[in-house]
Design a protein around this ligand. Structure first.
Ligand SMILES: [Zn+2]
Length: 498
């Protein structure tokens, strides 16, 4: 990483600011960078002054007496990246510096996605506030979380009206305690047994408090379109905005049909429905092995064989973690079956019987990922987190800037930054983040547009990205000179409730 000596000196100076007493925050100036303000407007040469936790001035500025100056020549200054789908729920407690996250320029994490959230929300957020991290934290309230609280182990059925009402009351409680909306994971076990009606009822509770519905939809395979229809219907009947999590088409039966999905969502948007989606920039997903078989017939060789064929073959499914068989990690189902001398369907049954496994499925098409990414309503989100064994956990945001913008020219740098900042800020109802303007909170990322790139791979998923030179959270540097500064200025961001 090439950094000018001036920048190094300036960054070193910022260290001093980070170490200074918090009650007397000095101002500092980031000068000479080109600013991507988060709105998608063209890059503009401007200096940015930060005082305390806010941006106070933007324009042609000269340093005040004794003011620290960070030189940003050849660099781009953007608002901090907001990751609306992040699985650091547990990792933050043990790794509050969140190196894999801040090294990507992420300054705010939204937790509680895929239907699973911390609970109770208030207790969790209070804990986060007491032991701050380097990043800001927000959460959703999880559908499977409240479903489990109400139905316990007896969840493999539709809920009764009484149970649905109890769940709705818990969603209300979660929203009052600061959640931003309702999340669901309908491809996963607990959520999968719920009816559309149950989700509509819970959505209405979230809607009352200004929340939105975020869904890992019921099917990301052959029934993707039915699942999108259901998500749109829940949002419409629930009376709240929709975000489709990690939009994808992950089986041969729907490969190449991203334009049809886009048309479906565009049509809803044209009728006034508030719909967004987020997408991680990879052709491979990461989940538990059971999601491969939508009919849940894990011990039926025919069902499993069909499921494996649908994703392009057993060699496309790699185990990342398996408690019962740790030696399987890093190998694909085809390789393991061969070395064990059994069929891939026998292997699948064995793994599920022995407690399951986490897998990566290389089963999306580049053209579909690209088509989704080009849509103005698609946000960048990682579906990763602090300790995730998929390269998206450490590489998502630099990958979009380096590969999608610089190498593939899928869209402009300014548009990429918008997808990482003001678009997710609007989705999360954050009025004072996601843009560079006077009065906004000083969450900032200074990066080199010529070198920014992800380095995490499927073999080495936590390898840190390059080209993110400086990350500021609430006015304090958290990442500089290629490492965390040790500062933990992150805050809990709760929804504002009437
Ligand atoms: Zn998911």
């Amino acid at each position: 990483m090439k950094v000018s000596s001036k920048l190094l000196a300036a960054v070193a100076a910022l260290f001093l600011i980070a170490a200074a007493p918090r009650q007397e925050p000095g101002s500092f100036l980031i000068a000479g960078a080109r600013v991507a303000d988060g709105t998608g407007a063209p890059l503009v040469a401007a200096d940015v002054r930060v005082a305390g936790d806010r941006i106070v001035e933007v324009g042609k500025l000269s340093p005040k007496d004794g003011e620290r100056v960070i030189r940003g020549e050849k660099l781009v200054l953007a608002p901090g990246f907001i990751d609306v789908h992040n699985h650091s729920d547990e990792g933050l407690a043990t790794d509050p510096l969140a190196e894999t996250q801040i090294s990507q320029g992420i300054t705010t994490l939204v937790l509680g996605s895929d239907g699973e959230s911390p609970w109770p929300i208030a207790a969790y957020l209070d804990e986060c506030a007491k032991a701050p991290a380097a990043v800001n934290v927000m959460t959703m309230v999880g559908h499977a979380t409240v479903r489990s609280l109400v139905m316990g182990k007896d969840y493999k059925r539709k809920s009764t009206a009484e149970e649905t009402a109890k769940m709705a009351a818990l969603v209300t409680q979660g929203m009052k305690e600061g959640a931003m909306g309702l999340s669901s994971g309908l491809e996963y076990d607990v959520g999968s047994y719920s009816s559309t009606e149950e989700l509509v009822a819970l959505s209405r509770s979230a809607a009352q408090y200004g929340g939105f519905y975020m869904t890992h939809s019921r099917d990301e395979a052959d029934k993707s379109f039915e699942a999108m229809d259901e998500a749109l219907a829940i949002s419409k009947q629930g009376g709240l905005p929709l975000d489709i999590s990690h939009i994808k088409l992950a089986t041969m039966g729907v490969w190449g049909q991203s334009k049809r999905a886009v048309a479906l969502i565009d049509a809803a948007r044209a009728k006034g429905q508030d719909v967004t989606a987020d997408c991680y920039p990879y052709e491979a997903w990461h989940a538990n092995i059971e999601v491969l078989v939508p009919d849940k017939q894990y011990f039926n060789a025919k069902s499993v064989a069909r499921a494996l064929a649908d994703v392009g073959g057993a060699e496309r499914v790699t185990i990342t973690a398996c408690k019962a068989h740790p030696t399987y990690a890093g190998k694909n189902l085809e390789q393991i079956a061969r070395s064990e001398g059994i069929s891939t369907t026998e292997l699948f049954a064995r793994i599920v019987k022995d407690g399951g496994a986490d897998v990566i499925g290389h089963s999306m098409k580049t053209e579909d990922v690209d088509t989704f990414y080009r849509q103005p309503w698609v946000m960048v989100a990682s579906d990763g987190g602090i300790a995730v064994d998929h390269p998206r956990g450490a590489g998502t945001f630099p990958r979009v800037l380096g590969r999608f913008v610089r190498e593939k020219h899928l869209f402009s740098l300014e548009e990429a930054v918008r997808k990482m900042t003001s678009l997710p800020a609007a989705r999360m109802s954050l009025k004072d983040r996601g843009r560079i303007a006077p009065g906004m909170k000083a969450d900032l990322v200074l990066f080199n547009p010529e070198t920014v790139i992800d380095r995490s791979t499927f073999e080495d998923p936590r390898k840190l990205s390059e080209g993110i030179e400086l990350v500021v959270v609430n006015g304090e540097a958290v990442w500089s000179e290629g490492k965390p500064t040790g500062a933990k200025p992150g805050r809990v961001l709760r929804g504002v409730r009437p």
